[in-house]
Design a protein around this ligand. Structure first.
Ligand code: PXL
Length: 277
């Protein structure tokens, strides 16, 4: 069985980060090790959330893993809470990366043109350096604009998306995939660029006009799980679009749905089928 490790926070209630990554990637038949960066009572869209930083735990955990000789088929990073955590994640890439270990960075920092609480432009600049060390990065349009220090455009043209992708790849990563891209009315998906081949890839699904927290984490977790299961990046991105749309559909199909997180649980059987094909 393939084994990945994911580095992000535990938001106890809110269906994002680890409470999404662990069930989704595990359901795909991939062992999912965790390196928790912080414990929050909820994700940061709630008011009054608690935050307990776990940065000091990271070096001893990694030391123990090195002693045990653990290897991972992928390292997947999501929400990181501090400059020091970015540094420690760089060290994790150095110590556990290399041949046979895909590095996937989801530079979780914001959405809808705004940074999440606590993030700054300086943080985005450091996150951009981390992206340069990845095989695959998965920013949304907001995160891409902060990574590159360019204005946010909600509806970029295809030419603008391609230019953003080339600039993202110039940070140093092999593949950049931009989420939340809509090139046709009523559709939304992902466009990716491979710096080695110079090729673009686009895949979209039905655009459901509803926004929920955690969809980026559902998307990124699915990409990581599918890659670990031997899918190509293009296949993994397509599965991730289809699963994310299925999750949003399941959420709004329930009139009593909560307004945070998506009902990814109900769509897990579909995900399992998609990855088995
Ligand atoms: O879904 C991304 C995410 C992860 N972790 C925390 C968050 C968010 C989004 O708001 O607040 C703590």
């Amino acid at each position: 069985m393939k084994r990945i490790v994911t580095v992000q926070d535990i938001s106890c209630v809110g269906k994002c980060s680890l409470t999404v990554a662990v069930p989704v990637i595990s359901a795909m038949g991939v062992e999912t090790a965790v390196l928790p960066t912080a414990v929050l009572s909820t994700h940061t869209a709630f008011t009054g959330f608690t935050f307990h930083d776990l940065t000091d735990e990271i070096p001893p955990i990694c030391r123990h893993w090195k002693e045990q000789g653990f290897r991972f088929d992928a390292i997947y990073t999501g929400y990181l809470g501090s400059f020091r955590q970015i540094e420690l994640v760089s060290e994790l890439f150095r110590d556990f990366g290399g041949e046979g270990t895909a590095i996937v960075v989801d530079p979780v920092m914001g959405d809808n043109g705004k940074l999440y609480p606590g993030f700054t432009e300086e943080f985005a600049a450091r996150m951009a350096e981390l992206c340069g060390r990845a095989d695959v990065i998965l920013p949304n349009l907001t995160e891409a604009s902060f990574l590159l220090g360019i204005p946010y455009t909600e509806h970029p043209t295809e030419a603008q998306v391609k230019e953003i992708l080339v600039r993202l790849a110039a940070l140093g990563c092999q593949n950049a995939a931009l989420t939340g891209v809509s090139l046709t009315a009523g559709r939304m998906g992902v466009m990716a660029y491979n710096a080695g081949t110079g090729k673009y890839f686009y895949y979209d699904g039905e655009y459901v006009p509803a926004r929920f927290h955690g969809t980026g984490d559902v998307f990124a977790s699915t990409v990581v799980g599918a890659l670990a299961r031997g899918k190509s990046l293009e296949e993994a991105l397509a599965i991730a679009v289809d699963y994310t749309v299925a999750c949003i559909r399941c959420t709004i199909a329930d009139p009593a749905h909560r307004d945070y997180g998506v009902n990814f649980e109900a769509a897990i059987p579909q995900l399992v089928n998609m990855v088995a094909k």
